[in-house]
Write a protein that binds this ligand. Structure first.
Ligand code: B3K
Ligand code: ZN
Length: 874
């Protein structure tokens, strides 16, 4: 596959003003008539016309009413060209046919459980008709759909409904939808099927009433309440936080069960993976509720950041994704606890993005080249992209940030924009030069910041030396210094101190702007030696190393006024402990306990003035991926796993009284509600139980078993099951069987059952996964099933996936290459579990390389998979 480069961007030769489609839905042969009003791009366009098209049957083609003969155009693998075009506006009519039932790639028009649906981002519209399938071609769409009335009583498309009716004597009916907002074709969507509907209304700030609809498989209507509530809260929030109102008469959401990702922001018709819509206390965990809230919000917020203003080309993906993730994170922070949300977001960032950035798949937030764009919907584009926006806000301040957003909306509404367009708005409202800041978009890798502090009692001053560097990443051996916003405080015995005099560049209030490779700051006039609290709220996505010792960190864990850094301080000590412990285990020795850490953890767990959700986060140890990243080379995942077991057991034993008291005291004697306060109590209670049972103590395991059996909601039931399986308890098998029997007809819940078994410790897990692939509820064709079993094993069970005998790698390789033939996007996504293979110890590294090379040598790999495998090996 050819490499596509940002520097080669050229504006489209032809523009499309309007698109009128007539879609005759049929399970095996759907015919699509498309009428395009096109004209040469005034910016020097015209000439030959090139349209993208893939897996399409071309029925006929007309230009200005004249049927084109075979010699008038050229058809090839990837599209269609018309060499001689008029030099004026023209009308092109295209008849294509597709087979939705045979579409296993889940791109373009396909059927999921009998429901017709579409997925067009990034390049799926070309699988429906021939079209300039690029985001900078914006057109007004009108769509007429018709289908069998019994099979598809519901007919939906983008925009507002115009008319509908029966087609006499045929058993078929039709509906016409019109979307007045010009849009790129990746936002096109249609849905047809026998769906249940839950309706509501929303009155916008300016008083317009919007009809809201959530469509789901019949019988699931009673699981849509939370999603609808989250939608209305999102709509209100975007009005108050960003001044953005909804702009159509209807807003529809459809939940389908076969979907390659989480959801899709099609204009006025969001299509969701049903996992992110359906929830009831019986079937969804608190984490599911939080995800639903965040994803409903994310897709809704795209209406302005992505749809009204879209991307000029796919290199600008973070323009909509990073910004929209930032917006959904802020929404969740406002709906729940801000510090806890921040901790959760940073945990995700470190576990996924930092890991990606440290391996062969590292790429800039705005990549400069790609072979397959679908492989760039990554943690870097999304999560680091959001961090870049967050830093921008910190650097220029809230007021200039909001003014910059307003300017961006006003200036680029209805356009396809670039990162340059976006940044220009903020440069203007802040009066600042953002040239250096822009490096965040082009340099890949996680910057490393070292902070060295020195207290000078004789002058009562504290000197802080900050240094930054960024490790080499693919294609980028050398980096330039970035601008790194470091929020800080100096903690004294009585709380935050006010330094009398600050010497050195780049300090304003509580913010240090680190711009040079090395910067020195002196704080004078301090009454006592401070403990610096740096990178408060995780003000930049960097790896920070300080010369603070454990005493300083544990002091900060108790006294820092920034809750994020209190959490971070404990995590930093835990990371040191785990890193040392795995080294000891590898050397055949025994890990050493640390009484001060345990005492500090106990104090935090017992602090009744701290939010339970925060305390739960404090009890969650750094992930195995965090430790692997911290070690950085010659990693032995089994040793990390053993270290984690050791520390959990140690905490469980040493803090047993505290943990039992928490477990007993936090019980909620009220019916389940998914709100943050109740969820926080459950999280702390389940964290306590999980640590307690890590000792293997029979009484605690029994408590976990009772917890499982008596649970009146999925959060507790699943937590109980997870604890039993993880502890290898005798009761685990019976609990798994009971869970299975209870939910045998609910695939989304069985996914949780698959995942728990796939992430179980022990060598037997691989065989179990293979066996579960034969379970009647499992299907390689369903992405949720595949991710729940195979994806969870490869990404959520580092010790077993990375078995030294390579069997984990071979399993993933075999399954992924099989899936590659039907659904390349899913296959490529699974294979990204290999992204850290280079830092493994030699035996595993060799086994992983062998499997990657075996895959690379296969014939007929998709572009998606060969791109991932090839970059992983480079
Ligand atoms: N924009 C979609 C993702 C499309 C992925 C295409 N491979 C969902 C989202 O980010 O909101
Ligand atoms: Zn998005």
């Amino acid at each position: 596959a050819p490499v596509i480069r940002l520097e080669d961007y050229r504006p489209p030769a032809w523009l499309v003003d309007t698109v009128e489609m007539d879609v005759r839905l049929d399970p095996a042969r759907t015919e699509i008539l498309t009428r395009l009003a096109i004209r040469p791009n005034p910016a020097g366009g015209g000439g030959p016309l090139r349209l993208d098209g893939e897996d399409l049957e071309l029925v006929w083609l007309k230009l200005d009413g004249r049927r084109l003969a075979a010699g008038d155009y050229r058809l090839d693998e990837s599209g269609l060209s018309i060499a001689s075009m008029p030099d004026t506006a023209a009308v092109l009519e295209i008849a294509t046919a597709v087979d939705p039932s045979a579409n296993t790639r889940l791109m373009g028009l396909y059927r999921s459980n009998g429901i017709y649906c579409t997925q067009c981002e990034a390049e799926g519209f070309r699988r429906i008709t021939f079209y300039p399938d690029r985001p900078d071609v914006l057109a007004v769409f009108t769509v007429r759909l018709e289908a069998d009335k019994v099979a598809a009583p519901v007919l939906l498309a983008n925009g507002n409904p115009v008319e509908s009716g029966d087609i006499a004597g045929t058993g078929r009916h039709y509906a016409v939808w019109h979307d007045p907002h010009p849009k790129p074709c990746y936002l096109f969507a249609m849905v047809a099927g026998d769906l249940g509907r839950v309706g509501d209304t929303f009155v916008t700030a300016s008083g317009r009433t919007v009809d809201l609809g959530i469509y789901v498989e019949r019988g699931k209507e009673d699981r849509c309440g939370y999603a609808m509530d989250a939608l209305k809260r999102s709509m209100r929030w975007d009005e108050t936080a960003f001044g953005r109102e909804y702009d159509l008469d209807v807003f529809n959401i459809v939940a389908v069960s076969d979907f390659n990702m989480g959801a899709m922001e099609n204009k006025g018709l969001n299509i969701f993976n049903d996992k992110y819509v359906l929830a009831s206390p019986e079937t969804a965990t608190d984490a599911d509720y939080a995800n639903i809230e965040a994803i409903i919000a994310h897709e809704y917020f795209h209406n302005w950041t992505g749809n009204r203003i879209t991307c000029r080309d796919w290199f600008q993906l973070c323009l909509k994704e990073g910004l929209t993730v930032f917006r959904d994170q802020e929404f969740s922070a406002d709906m729940r606890s801000r510090p806890v949300e921040r901790i959760a977001d940073v945990r995700t960032l470190k576990a996924h993005q930092f890991v990606e950035d440290a391996g062969p798949l590292a790429h800039p937030v705005r990549p400069e080249s790609y072979r397959e764009i679908n492989n760039f919907y990554t943690a870097t584009v999304y999560e680091k992209g959001a961090e870049v926006i967050r830093m921008l806000k910190v650097l220029i301040g809230d007021a200039a940030f909001r003014a910059g957003m307003d300017l961006y909306f006003a200036r680029h509404d209805g356009e396809a924009a670039t990162i340059e367009d976006f940044l220009a708005c903020f440069a203007e409202t802040s009066g600042r030069d953002l040239t250096q800041f822009k490096l965040w978009y082009s340099q890949s890798g996680t910057p490393e910041v070292t902070a060295t502090g020195r207290w000078d009692a004789s002058t009562s001053s504290y000197e802080l030396t900050l240094e930054q560097s960024c490790p080499p990443t693919p294609g980028q051996p050398v980096k330039q210094p970035m601008v790194i916003p470091i929020r800080f405080g100096l903690i004294g015995s009585g709380g935050d101190m006010q330094p009398a005099v600050v010497e050195g560049d780049g300090v304003t209030g509580d913010l240090i702007e680190l711009r040079a490779a090395r910067q020195r700051i002196v704080f004078r006039g301090l009454a006592e030696r401070p403990v610096p609290s740096l990178l408060r709220g995780f003000s930049a996505p960097v790896k920070l190393t300080t010369n603070l010792d454990d005493d300083d960190l544990l002091f900060a864990a108790a006294r820092d006024s920034d809750p994020f850094n209190r959490w971070q301080a404990l995590q930093s000590v835990a990371t040191r402990l785990l890193t040392d412990a795995q080294a000891a285990i590898r050397a055949g020795g025994a890990p050493a306990a640390d009484a001060r850490f345990l005492a500090s953890l106990r104090r935090t767990a017992e602090s009744a003035d701290l939010d339970p959700a925060f305390r739960a986060q404090a009890l969650h140890l750094p992930t195995q991926a965090d430790i692997a990243r911290d070690i950085g080379r010659e990693v032995d995942p089994a040793a990390i796993h053993a270290a984690e077991d050791w520390l959990r057991g140690l905490i469980g034993a040493s803090l047993a009284d505290t943990l039992r008291a928490l477990y007993g005291g936090l019980a909620l004697n009220a019916p389940y509600t998914p709100d943050a306060a109740a969820a926080g109590r459950r999280a702390l209670r389940n964290a306590a139980l999980s640590l307690l049972s890590a000792t293997g103590d029979a009484a605690d395991i029994e408590m976990a078993e009772r917890h499982f059996r008596n649970a009146d909601n999925m959060t507790d039931r699943l937590a109980g099951l997870q604890i039993l399986v993880r502890a290898g308890a005798e009761a685990a098998e019976a609990a798994l069987a009971a869970f299975h029997d209870r939910y045998r007809d609910d695939p989304l819940v069985l996914d949780k059952w698959f995942t728990i078994q796939a992430t179980a410790p022990g060598e037997a897990t691989l065989g179990r996964v293979i066996e579960l692939m034969r379970h009647p509820a499992f299907a390689l064709s369903n992405p949720n099933r595949v991710r729940a079993l195979i994806g969870a094993f490869a990404s959520g069970n580092p010790a077993q996936f990375n078995r030294p005998d390579g069997a984990g790698y071979r399993l993933l390789g075999e399954v992924a290459t099989q899936i590659d033939r039907s659904n390349p996007q899913l296959a490529a996504r699974l294979l990204s579990a290999f992204r850290s293979w280079r830092v493994l110890e030699p035996v595993r590294r060799a086994a992983a390389r062998a499997e990657l090379e075996r895959i690379a040598s296969l014939d007929g790999l998709s572009r998606d998979t060969s791109d991932i495998v090839r970059r992983s090996l480079e």
